[in-house]
Design a protein around this ligand. Structure first.
Ligand SMILES: [Zn+2]
Ligand SMILES: [Zn+2]
Length: 308
């Protein structure tokens, strides 16, 4: 709960922050969180940014009303991505209207459909037509019993999708994208651990396709970037222009309060931690300040054409 006093302090502190763009904060660089889902109260989004040392964030899976609510409290500290039920025909109209209303991308699109199926293919085409990126959640392994797959078939089908849609800017996110950084992954577990075998499909897609990007958010990104430090060092150098920091953190205060990974039992390694803080720490420890700044700030600004 927010007290009125705490709320006003948070608004006052937030309103001052955009002036600090380009200056250093506790991370040594301004930080853009590509993956922040709206909270029930708009002020809670700002509290998470302030607590984690995040300068600006993408309100993901938002409505125009949700964006307006955070924008009113903290002008200039958010952009937004829109979502729709892509299994319904009206999704095209909904997302087209969202672009007219100023959304800067689609996502995250998280649906029980095939990654190369007709529902998502329609969205890949629409994203190209309207010139906005599309962020997709790929997952093959259940976190909870009977959860089901999301955008299934990534490892075997997605290269052909990326190749067939050169004008679509794909942002890949979640378990299947990150686990397939390793060439020896076969859906054994949601979050594999231990050394990474070079030549994974995700590494290849990032290298070979100018229109394919990676979102570092959630336990999936944090786990993959933590499991093999030697691999990560080179991976970040290789894809320094393609990776973007995101948190997907649901903690309350930017310090791990409340629940950070939305009750996902498979992500217990991050319980009690802020995913944003943890992943920023992993990135900072694994690379140079110049590459850190690209991943934490510059790449998202370029892709989303946000004036920095
Ligand atoms: Zn997701
Ligand atoms: Zn957090």
């Amino acid at each position: 709960m927010f007290t009125r006093r705490g709320f006003l302090q948070s608004v006052a502190a937030s309103a001052a922050l955009p002036a600090l763009y380009g200056q250093t904060n506790e991370w040594g660089s301004p930080v853009f969180d590509l993956h922040h889902h709206p909270r029930q109260q708009a002020a809670a989004s700002i509290a998470h940014q302030d607590g984690a040392g995040v300068t600006k964030a993408n309100l993901l899976g938002a409505s125009l009303a949700q964006f307006k609510a955070v924008e009113a409290l903290a002008p200039g500290r958010f952009i937004w991505f829109a979502r729709a039920d892509i299994t319904k025909p009206e999704a095209v109209a909904t997302l087209t209207q969202a672009v007219k209303d100023g959304t800067q991308g689609f996502g995250e699109l998280k649906h029980h459909v095939a990654a190369d199926g007709p529902e998502l293919t329609r969205m890949y085409d629409l994203a190209a037509e309207l010139n906005v990126p599309i962020l997709v959640h790929f997952q093959e392994v259940d976190h909870m019993e009977n959860e089901g797959k999301w955008a299934s078939g990534y490892a075997t089908s997605f290269e052909k999708v990326v190749k067939a849609h050169p004008k679509t800017k794909f942002i890949a996110h979640a378990d299947a994208f990150w686990a397939n950084v390793s060439a020896d992954y076969h859906n054994e577990t949601a979050y594999p651990s231990g050394p990474i075998k070079k030549g994974g499909i995700s590494d290849k897609l990032l290298s070979d396709y100018a229109n394919f990007y990676g979102d570092c958010s959630a336990n999936s990104g944090n786990n993959a970037l933590s499991r093999d430090p030697e691999f990560t060092k080179d991976f970040l150098v290789r894809h320094q222009n393609k990776l973007m920091f995101g948190s997907d953190c649901s903690c309350s205060d930017g310090h791990g309060g409340g629940i950070s990974q939305a009750n996902n039992p498979a992500a217990a390694r991050l319980s009690g931690k802020c995913v944003a803080r943890s992943t920023l720490g992993v990135l900072k420890g694994a690379t140079t300040p110049a590459i850190f700044k690209k991943i934490a700030w510059d790449n998202a600004h370029k892709l989303l054409k946000i004036p920095a």
